[in-house]
Design a protein around this ligand. Structure first.
Ligand code: BGC
Length: 477
């Protein structure tokens, strides 16, 4: 048997381990091409054993992040959120919520009556120049959008409690005091890192002087997601986002939250798992493509794990692999187009579309045409295989991280078996045709003593922020 045959067979074997549909992806690609392509893809393939090793590393990093004397230098920040309770279903009233975390900015009015939640929401965009401009401009923009919304809803004159979902790593001092550690996901507004974001918001509202807001509760989107699911299912104690960025939070025993006084009860910890690997601990699994994605990002060296997983980066990883395969004459007769050579042109949503079971190959051809590429049907299949490999790695890495949290909660509570629920949100999880299946299957394998139920956050995490404002108000009464 030639080397090429052995390689392609072992690749088929690995693909089979991934899932059954993966083998279908290999159909129609000649063995010789396949074995050459696989040389570029094999570093994306993570075996169960490797994932267990990654999970063990994350567990160690989580412990470092929680430690009173080790958290300063930890790459997984494990930030206390000052959220000590999840909704108990008794929260009632009118609340406002803001949700800032991606290119869209959402404003919501949530009315909770008799377990019914009525949600009115508006989406506003954050122009690119505001995303990287002065911080004051960003908060003025947010305050202006909120003003428009209050006019529309006829709410000016009322002073409603406000939940603010701010999906960036923050050192929370209190529920209404939260210092931005650093921007992620393409934001880079000056003068905000190191500052209290709630104060910046309140100052912007005060500068306008045309409305007032009540008490503010600030939460990360993972916390908002956990909260919004927790209103329905009180065993929801993990929140996870796999969208533009990725992250998770969970309810930790207070005795382990050594940075905050008190031993009783639990507190929600925002893990900021996106930073896993920033100290070099994932070097052995980074591919040459991950390294380029990092170097060409606006925050090199930061959020290594996130850059292998989330929507902001997956499309770019695929594009870089396609460029490499073209250089090696394995695609498009060796000719790349200007579009293919341009950063950001292969959008992450293309991956989901191309991986659709029935329509994927046709969509691939359309996308390749739009990218000005001279493709044939083998090219379309190779592109689909690349998409599948990159998204599958993302799902597996998320599973390893989620399993680490579930196992950690189980061990914390001295249980042989844990039943728990995770609230999930984010476009990658929602829109990709088999991401959630692969994530769930791998989580079961990596956390065999945990029975994890997944609930899709029904609305945006902003609703959870409103719930948080409600819980904060309930606890203050
Ligand atoms: C941020 C997290 C956030 C996640 C998902 C990451 O870039 O650091 O705070 O939860 O994206 O939106």
């Amino acid at each position: 048997m030639s080397n090429a045959e052995t390689n392609s067979e072992s690749f088929v074997e690995m693909a089979r381990m991934n899932d059954d549909t993966a083998t279908l992806r290999l159909d129609g690609i000649p063995a010789d091409t396949l074995s050459k392509v696989q040389k570029y893809l094999e570093n994306f393939q993570l075996s169960l054993e490797k994932l267990q090793i990654i999970s063990a590393r994350l567990r160690k990093d989580m412990i470092r992040g929680l430690g009173k004397h080790t958290h300063h230098s930890a790459s997984v920040k494990m930030l206390p959120t000052f959220v000590r309770a999840t909704p108990d279903g008794t929260e009632k009233g009118d609340f406002l919520a803001l949700d800032l975390g991606g290119t869209n900015f959402r404003v919501l009015h949530v009315r909770v009556v008799e377990e019914e939640q009525k949600v009115l929401k508006m989406d506003y965009t954050i122009p690119q120049k505001i995303m990287v401009g002065p911080g004051e401009q960003l908060f003025d923009h947010i305050a202006a959008c909120l003003s428009k919304f209050l006019d529309l809803e006829n709410l000016k004159g009322q002073t409603l409690p406000l939940g603010f979902t701010f999906s960036f790593p923050c050192e929370q001092k209190e529920i209404d005091k939260s210092i931005l550690i650093r921007w992620t996901k393409g934001f880079d507004c000056s003068g905000v890192e190191g500052q209290d974001v709630v104060r910046l918001l309140k100052e912007a509202i005060r500068r306008r002087g045309d409305y007032e807001i009540g008490t503010v509760a600030m939460v990360n989107d993972t916390v908002g997601t956990m909260m919004s699911c927790g209103y329905k299912d009180q065993s929801c104690e993990i929140g996870m986002i796999i969208g533009t960025g990725t992250n998770a939070c969970y309810m930790e025993e207070m005795k382990n939250v050594t940075r905050v006084e008190g031993e009783d009860g639990r507190m929600c910890i925002n893990t900021e798992w996106g930073g896993f690997g920033d100290d070099g601990s994932l070097k052995d699994i980074l591919t040459e493509f991950d390294e380029v994605v990092d170097k060409t990002s606006i925050n090199p060296g930061v959020h290594t794990f996130e850059k292998m997983i989330s929507g902001m980066y997956l499309g770019e990883i695929v594009r870089l692999v396609l460029v490499r395969l073209t250089e090696d004459k394995l695609l498009f007769k060796g000719k790349a187009s200007a579009a293919l050579l341009t950063q950001g042109t292969f959008e992450t949503k293309f991956i989901s579309e191309i991986e659709e079971e029935d329509t994927g190959l046709e969509t691939a051809k359309k996308i390749l045409t739009e990218l000005d590429l001279d493709w044939d049907s083998v090219d379309a299949r190779v592109v689909r295989l690349v998409c599948d490999t990159v998204s599958s790695r993302s799902a597996r890495l998320c599973a390893a991280a989620l399993a680490t949290i579930a196992n950690h909660i189980r061990v914390n509570r001295g249980l042989d078996h844990l039943e728990t629920t995770v609230g999930v949100d984010g476009a990658v999880y929602r829109k990709h045709p088999n991401f959630s299946d692969e994530l769930q299957a791998m989580t079961r394998l990596l956390a065999p003593k945990c029975d994890v139920t997944f609930i899709l956050s029904e609305d945006v995490s902003g609703k959870g922020a409103a719930m948080m404002a409600a819980v904060a108000q309930r606890l203050a009464l």
